[in-house]
Design a protein around this ligand. Structure first.
Ligand code: CA2
Length: 147
């Protein structure tokens, strides 16, 4: 029996990871993130699929797709973290584990980044661990689901 993959979802502007503002977001690209997450997942017999969308509705549709196709979601919703009831509502329809991942420490930044709609659903929240946070979330998903 093959397991469903862990979906790693990324919101607006994260396609620029590794290409702009390295002082905040580091030098690694989303391809590097996918490789690091895949390596951690493979140790426990899991797979990952990474997606990125600059659109709120695109992220909602990926979450709907995850309902049938994924065992868990790791999501960095980008700026939609702080604004999107639609993404929260979509995540509330997903039955598996959900982990929220922020590259920067949002609590050390502007006050508008301190509130997250997604945290109302997330089983865990990572912030300020750089891109390593994604693989840490994947490790947690694997230990939760490996049983
Ligand atoms: O720290 C995070 O991961 C954030 O989710 C990143 C969002 C920001 O709005 C959140 O408050 C915290 C911004 C993503 C922008 O991504 C870029 C990546 C590279 C270069 C420029 C932007």
């Amino acid at each position: 029996m093959s397991r469903k993959p862990i979906f790693i979802l990324n919101g607006p502007n994260l396609n620029l990871l590794g290409k702009r503002q390295p002082e905040i977001y580091g030098h690694d690209t989303l391809d590097d993130v996918e490789r690091a997450c895949a390596a951690v997942a493979a140790e426990k017999g899991f797979e990952v699929q990474l997606f990125q969308s600059n659109y709120e509705g695109g992220l909602v549709e990926l979450i709907h797709r995850a309902r049938d196709e994924a065992c868990a979601i790791v999501i960095n919703p980008g700026a939609y973290t702080h604004t999107s009831v639609a993404i929260l509502d979509a995540l509330n329809t997903f039955e598996g584990p959900v982990f929220e991942c922020h590259i920067s420490n949002v609590h050390k930044r502007e006050s508008f980044r301190h509130h997250s709609y997604v945290s109302l659903r997330a089983d865990g929240v990572m912030a300020g661990f750089g891109v390593e946070g994604y693989a840490l979330c994947v490790r947690r998903v694997c230990s939760l689901l490996a049983g």
